[in-house]
Design a protein around this ligand. Sequence first.
Ligand code: SF4
Length: 148
Amino acid sequence: MMKTKLLISACLCGKNTKYNGGNNLLSRLSEIEEKFELYYICPEVMGGLTTPRDPSENRGELVFSNKGKDVTKEFNLGAQKALKIALDNDIHLALLKESSPSCGSHKIYDGTFSGIKISGQGVAAKLLKEHKIKIFSEEEIDLLLSEK
Ligand code: SF4
């Protein structure tokens, strides 16, 4: 049987693409792999940022590092590249890391680097959603697994 295609945050698969050089490996990755054909994305790395890198937070349409550097251009480029992978491969579902300034689909940090979360979406998640890609976070794995 053909597996459904799934765009997935690379860090959720154990790739060390996080800003601090680590990852967010999912304990349930094998369940995901069983059902889906995975297409890894890391919009921040794809946008040209290094790993490790300074953490960034969204401020409206813009993104800044904790040192005050405007990294909006890199975040937008990475989001465009992630979208291209989805469109080129006819992918309609994504599993993205919650609260990331790129991948967060329900929550993001408030831009003050004080650990406060607000409702909102990261740059890549927002662009993918605008193109009708259905996004799940790692807190919604049961929902994702129930997708046809
Ligand atoms: S940009 Fe997304 S995939 Fe890359 S490290 Fe951050 S949360 Fe993970």
